[in-house]
Design a binder for this molecule. Sequence first.
Ligand code: HEC
Ligand code: HEC
Length: 317
Amino acid sequence: MVSGVMTARLDVGWRERARCAARVVVALACGAVHAQPVPTYAEVAPLFAQRCGVCHSGAQAAASLRLDSHESIMAGGAKGPVVKPGDAANSELIRRVKGQTLPRMPMTGPPWLDSAEVLLLARWVDGGARPGRPGSAAAPPAPGAAPLAGEPVTWFHVAPVFARRCARCHTDGGSMGSAPEGYRLTSHAGALDAADRVRVVPGQPQASELLRRIRGQSLPRMPMDGPPYLSDAEVSLIERWIEQGSRGADGQPASVPAGAKVRLHGTLQPGPRLDALPLVIGPWSRVDKDVSLGRRTQVRGHVDGDGRVVVERLRDR
Ligand code: HEC
Ligand code: HEC
């Protein structure tokens, strides 16, 4: 019996391996190599949901590739199938998570998938990329669900928008090579990074260049490859996220980065204000001669402890 199965395995390839692994008794007969059961979709679905779902789910899925159901994975994306059952080495999905085809996935990496996770996916594909048994564990919902009424907006809610519409460029090794302006939108820490200057001031939407850019108050409007720009619902979600303290995925509000530099663009209004944002101007502020009300203006300055913008320089832009 053992030799019979061995021969069949050589001839039939993955189908036989999958069958061999299906029962422990048979798996023993098939030899130690196949002692581990071949994973089904039920075992890989949580990995897709956690690491790929923000971009590869729903109607606007990146590369038109949805990784949120067995059928959609098998259907592939705009360029065709990404999984060849029984042949992990030649499956685009495996090549992407290994970095054999660039950009490497997940596009938000590093961190990439660890070797155990890559192996799990490869074993699933080599084993025939089988669906789970009917009624077996379904994939958990992908992140990006809208906040419930009364629930604060957190990174969990806004990250999918950044992932789908911004991370293609605002990441290392993205479609522009390095992240434009060194600004990465692939993590909460990246979005709030204050090393050069802050683009998000927690609690202060108007002082946040990010909001100005997605509204088109500051040019070039983002996403740079728009139109289409963000929908009103997406802009207002991001505005509420900033207003409510730019909370992380853990729900904790971020602190105002007192002393951090800002560089904002908008229209100078009486007050003086930049659009609706009051500006703190004093003898220390340098105001270029051609600056005038109603014109597009660049503000360089810093944020004080209360989140107010203290002007260091105003110039016509
Ligand atoms: C931040 C968004 C993002 C995340 C997260 C992400 N992807 Fe992608 N993915 C993209 C984009 C954008 C492309 C198109 C890039 C290109 O090929 O130019 C893409 C392309 C792909 C392709 C190639 C599609 C084709 O038709 O050739 C595969 C396969 C893929 N991703 C798999 C994954 C897997 C698996 C994960 C999770 C481990 C993942 N992606 C996570 C954004 C993402
Ligand atoms: C096609 C590539 C691309 C996409 C997509 C893109 N950006 Fe940009 N982004 C750029 C480039 C290039 C710049 C620098 C442009 C300039 O200011 O001259 C930039 C600048 C910015 C800045 C200003 C950074 C600073 O230091 O002042 C912000 C904020 C920003 N982008 C946010 C976003 C957001 C939010 C999205 C998604 C809604 C997005 N971008 C999508 C390419 C992109």
